[in-house]
Design a protein around this ligand. Structure first.
Ligand code: ZN
Length: 138
């Protein structure tokens, strides 16, 4: 079995470039409106609360808890040897993020499970944030 990552590269957009560049540095980030100070994810050009276009990137702790998860079975996953666990994480900063959960048997996942961010390599040499049970990150 090859050690070459098969996970697809992230799709860069003008709004999300900062997020993926941070992931390449093993940092989890999101946008903060510089007018009302609310955090938001996914990245977008305008604040959904005050409609300001003023924003900045902020680094997040990477700690949170599982809100929900699924293991998609059909169609077969593209870019993964096995179906990944798709997880909705409530980050401690108060925003939610859809990601993958690794390092845990799906039978042991529970709502509220503490998790922390890790970074998975992609086939093109980038990294994407994934989550692992808290205390088990590489
Ligand atoms: Zn705002």
């Amino acid at each position: 079995m090859s050690d070459t990552p098969i996970r697809p590269d992230p799709v860069y957009t003008a709004d999300a470039a900062f997020f993926w560049e941070a992931a390449d540095r093993s940092e989890l980030s999101c946008e903060r409106c510089t007018d009302c100070a609310r955090l938001r994810h996914p990245p977008r050009p305008m604040c959904p609360w005050c409609r300001s276009t003023a924003r900045e990137a902020v680094r997040l702790s990477g700690r949170g808890r599982v809100l929900s998860w699924i293991v998609p079975r059909h169609p077969a996953p593209i870019g993964f040897a096995e179906s990944p666990v798709v997880v909705l994480v409530a980050l401690e900063e108060g925003i939610r993020l859809v990601s993958n959960l690794e390092g845990v048997d799906p039978e042991r996942i529970a709502i509220g499970l503490p998790v922390e961010v890790a970074f998975a390599p992609t086939r093109g040499g980038h990294a994407v944030p994934v989550f692992r049970p808290a205390g088990s990150a590489r």
